[in-house]
Design a protein around this ligand. Structure first.
Ligand code: A2P
Length: 279
């Protein structure tokens, strides 16, 4: 689990992260995070809006792993957009996680034109705060989530360009246009819900391809992300699955099987569209 991708500022990011969206706060989150670290994950992805940052921080603390060996990602929530609010939100996240720096801080959702006339300006103001925190060394890398190319465009013209875009990505939901824009602009794409929030795991085609490699459908989805150059963030609170999802480095999906999975029909995914969400 020590393989890394290199971000456009040279900083290394472990190529599989541990997702914590929908992980209940309290003991469940503490145990899931400490179990993940014990299983070898060194990249933990969380967010203020998940409501579990305090427990994620405790999970990190009880693991007694040197801070420098971990990569921790946080996200600024939609109600904290803009320069001043982002600065305050960042300090709260640091206090909740009990950390003194973040490896990666992301804007959780773009302000969009369906919600705001000055959506682009709002995104730029949030980005200004992120850039300042980055330049001050409080964050090692900065980026966004759920940004489509038209949201990214203005940020590409600023002093520091996004290093990461975390989007929904799994078989049947590949967001080709956004992925290709990010690849062209040296932005690493991370996959939230790489298992389709668990929904893809009962897909018969994925199950039969996975069986050929002696792997589970979950392992196939995670490996498929990696072979597409995408950084997966599988979530689980189940110790056996946490271990299983980290065991993806001893097989290689053939080109033929990659093409079959890449060619799966659009499955609709979560239905959350960055220009249509109203939270
Ligand atoms: P649980 O957390 O109860 O173990 P995603 O990462 O796409 O959001 O998917 C997360 C969902 O998939 C959760 O419901 C999680 O359940 C489930 N899950 C994660 N890993 C596995 C696995 N290896 N096998 C089956 N289900 C899994």
């Amino acid at each position: 689990m020590t393989d890394t991708f290199k971000l456009n500022n040279g900083y290394e990011i472990p190529c599989v992260g541990f997702g914590t969206w929908q992980t209940p706060d309290g003991d469940t989150a503490i145990k899931a995070v400490s179990e993940a670290i014990r299983a070898g994950y060194c990249h933990i992805d969380t967010a203020a809006c998940y409501g579990n940052e305090t427990s994620v921080g405790k999970g990190i603390k009880v693991s007694c792993v040197e801070r420098s060996r971990l990569f921790v990602t946080g996200k600024v929530w939609n109600s904290d957009r803009g320069y001043g609010k982002t600065m305050v939100a960042f300090e709260k996240t640091m206090a909740d996680l009990e950390l003194d720096y973040l490896d990666l801080y992301l804007i959780h959702w773009p302000a969009s034109s369906t919600q705001f006339e000055d959506w682009e300006q709002i995104n730029l103001e949030t980005w200004r705060a992120m850039t300042e925190l980055y330049k001050a060394g409080r964050i090692k890398a900065i980026g966004v989530c759920n940004f489509l190319p038209h949201h990214l465009k203005a940020l590409m013209e600023t002093e520091v360009q996004p290093m990461v875009n975390q989007i929904e990505f799994h078989p049947g939901q590949m967001q080709e246009e956004t992925v290709s824009y990010c690849k062209d602009h040296n932005i690493i794409v991370e996959a939230w819900s790489p298992l389709g929030t668990g929904r893809m795991l009962s897909n018969e085609m994925l199950k039969s391809i996975a069986a050929k490699y002696g792997k589970s459908a979950a392992q196939l989805c995670i490996r498929w992300c990696l072979q597409n150059g995408i950084l997966p963030l599988p979530k689980s609170v189940t110790p056996s699955r946490i271990i299983e999802n980290a065991d993806v480095f001893d097989f290689e999906i053939t080109n033929e099987d990659m093409e079959a999975i890449n060619g799966m029909e659009y499955c609709g995914g979560s239905g959350l569209h960055p220009d249509k969400v109203d939270f």
